[in-house]
Design a protein around this ligand. Sequence first.
Ligand SMILES: [Zn+2]
Ligand SMILES: [Zn+2]
Length: 309
Amino acid sequence: MTNGLTIGCHLSTSKGYEAMGKTAVEIGATTFAFFTRNPRGGKGKAPDEADVQALLRLMEEHHFGKLVAHAPYTMNMCSAKPDVVAYTREAFASDIERMEQLPGNYLNFHPGSHLKQGADEGIRLIVEGLNQDLIPGQKTIVLLETMAGKGTEVGRSFEELERIIEGVEHDELLGVCLDTCHVNDAGYDIAHDLDGVLDEFDRVIGLDRLCALHVNDSKNPLGAHKDRHEKIGQGTLGLAAFQAIVTNPRTKDLPMILETPNELPGYSREIAALRALSEGRSLAEAEELLEEPEEPEPAEQKKAAESKE
Ligand SMILES: [Zn+2]
Ligand SMILES: [Zn+2]
């Protein structure tokens, strides 16, 4: 990769695909995330083919990396309610089909919450759902997200993710998206021992599965099992942790998605700061780039991402 970091944030699909690409370019991004459908459920419409083609052209022109789409949070592959499981399998299958219009990109999802059925039953249901939904030969790689372990979340440890991967027949279609806030909250000390965490990931899952990062600071201490994202440099991880991530040979070339509590101007600053660090500039310089202006930001620019978990 000669184009520097592949980095972006979560964007709203409300104006279509090419519009997301244009917004990404405006804030200095070279990838982005988006919900494959309305996060609060519903069908959502299939993407317009001309709009998709326009986005693909824009991505090529601006040397984008892979996109990291996000399945909505209303999905739960391992719910205790059979109707939720059935809805999730159907919705996820149609999201994979939609992503095939943008071949070669990622579709990330939260494995689910087992709701007191126990992790074993949760993993069994997730494996069964994936075996039903994945299409042999599909061009979309499905990513399991590392979770904070809030409530009954499955995916709170690398071991749980590996058990899912092991159970899936077409595991060549699976990868992992590591969320820096989630792994901290799950108890992996990514802030002080990035290489140790990556070694552990490699031992349990294999680093060849590590496809993307959610780059978030955390409001909570190591092992809190909370999942509250913080702006880069303002949480318990701190800016130096992100300097390590954007310079480490095992992570620096992965697509990085910011899911921090920000509007577009804030994302633009975080992208600039992380790019600076990746180019060897100092923490002090990056801190300066992160500084919020005194003036309130223009209202029309406050197009928030729909949600950031
Ligand atoms: Zn995430
Ligand atoms: Zn989260």
